[in-house]
Write a protein that binds this ligand. Structure first.
Ligand code: SF4
Length: 255
């Protein structure tokens, strides 16, 4: 099953306008397994067990990627637990990445895979200033389906994600990766809610992507094969692409 991106919303907040978002040069992608804890216990998660050596390993891998520079743009994809589970450590790692990229004249493009449940606006801003402005968050359906598939250790993971998207995503572009095998009823309920919340329109719309259900590790591996220019700014509304024939999710069908 291929992934289908529904809309291509992007916008950068004014404070970040001078940070280059895209270049025409080649992109080198490096996956960084943070080895952090996670707030969720998803079915089928295959993340690396937490261990103190995990963070040093991540740092070594990042340094090696800078030393082995092969392109003008270095895309670092952070996964493995959640960046917001250890925000100080993540910021520290990003600080080093930002300094290295500046010293070596490399454009840094940070992407974080997050469970989306524990964002804080000040941390999102700080991570953005250090090069991470793209987040990928999995949604396995409306609340009941998502909470069943990706249960939080505390509370409803779905509600917490919604709160992050409502209040804490300024300065960040968010791509929601939605399980493409959802039933029609669940898909309709989810898309109706996202429309009611107006998350797909306005100054900083989220992008919706339908694809197979994956763990963060599997999704990071998929992202590595999808290297290329990042999505470009789109009209501030939910727009559909033509390759939707196998995903029955158009607004028209929602009435
Ligand atoms: S799949 Fe991702 S979000 Fe889910 S428990 Fe594993 S690391 Fe956390």
């Amino acid at each position: 099953m291929t992934d289908v991106r529904l809309n291509r919303g992007l916008s950068a907040p004014p404070a970040l306008e001078d940070v280059p978002r895209e270049t025409s040069g080649a992109v080198q992608t490096c996956l960084i397994d943070l080895g952090f804890p996670c707030h969720l216990a998803c079915c089928g998660c295959d993340r690396t067990p937490e261990e103190s050596a995990g963070y040093s390993r991540a740092r070594r891998k990042m340094r090696a990627a800078f030393r082995a520079r092969r392109a003008d743009v270095l895309r670092l994809v952070f996964f493995g637990g959640d960046p917001f589970a250890l925000p100080v450590s993540f910021e520290d790692l990003l600080g080093e990445a930002a300094a290295e990229s500046q010293a070596r004249g490399i454009v840094l493009e940070g992407i974080a895979l997050s469970n989306g449940t524990n964002w804080r606006l000040d941390q999102v801003h700080r991570f953005a200033s250090l090069g991470v402005r793209d987040y990928h968050v999995a949604l396995d359906g409306p609340a009941s389906a998502h909470n069943r598939s990706r249960p939080a250790k505390h509370g409803s993971s779905f509600e917490r994600i919604l709160n992050s998207l409502r209040w804490h995503r300024d300065a960040a572009h968010v791509e929601l990766r939605i399980d493409a095998t959802l039933s029609k009823a669940d898909r309709t309920e989810l898309l109706t809610l996202l429309q009611q919340e107006e998350l797909c329109r306005g100054r900083n719309p989220v992008t919706l992507t339908f694809g197979p259900r994956r763990s963060c590790r599997q999704y990071a591996a998929w992202l590595a094969t999808a290297a290329g220019p990042r999505p470009r700014p789109a009209p501030p509304a939910l727009t559909l692409r033509l390759e939707l024939q196998h995903v029955d999710a158009s607004p028209e069908r929602l009435g």
